[in-house]
Design a binder for this molecule. Sequence first.
Ligand code: ZN
Length: 177
Amino acid sequence: MVKIHNFAVFYILLAFQAGACFAMSDEAAVKSLHFLLARGYMEKINSIPTGKQLLGKISYISGRKARAWILPAGGMTGDLASFSYNEGVIKISSYYILKMLKLPAMSQAELARYLIKHKSAREFLINSTDIVIVHELVHLLQSHKYDYFFREKTVPQPIEFELEAAFTQEMYLAEKT
Ligand SMILES: [Zn+2]
């Protein structure tokens, strides 16, 4: 009798957990995805010498781990990835994520739930877009080193900023392949 009772409790707990998972709010789903992707990108980028060096410089100059700035699933259009100085984050366009994974149109929260559930899709995304994250991380580093050019909207950014980002991206790619 005691055994049956314990069994019943076990099932109730399972049902409750499944229910809690299903009822995850849109905001919680997007937050969970941000965490999973940020961790995935950091692991991947850290495994390549140029990436590791870049992350080290960012942590040193800012006193924070670069992971804090990666905020995947930005707007539905625009660039594949971009660094937003005002918000202090790197965003990846969900429009391109949907295209890359050959998925139909869906909301940010639906996409977040899909990527939380499908680990292989998440890994594919990270492996295909880590190079652009490296590019944007260089801009993030520049925003700490040369804050003035990012703060003053009227001041054009030097072309060297793009060259440095492109060059770092190329070195990373050469080491990756
Ligand atoms: Zn750039």
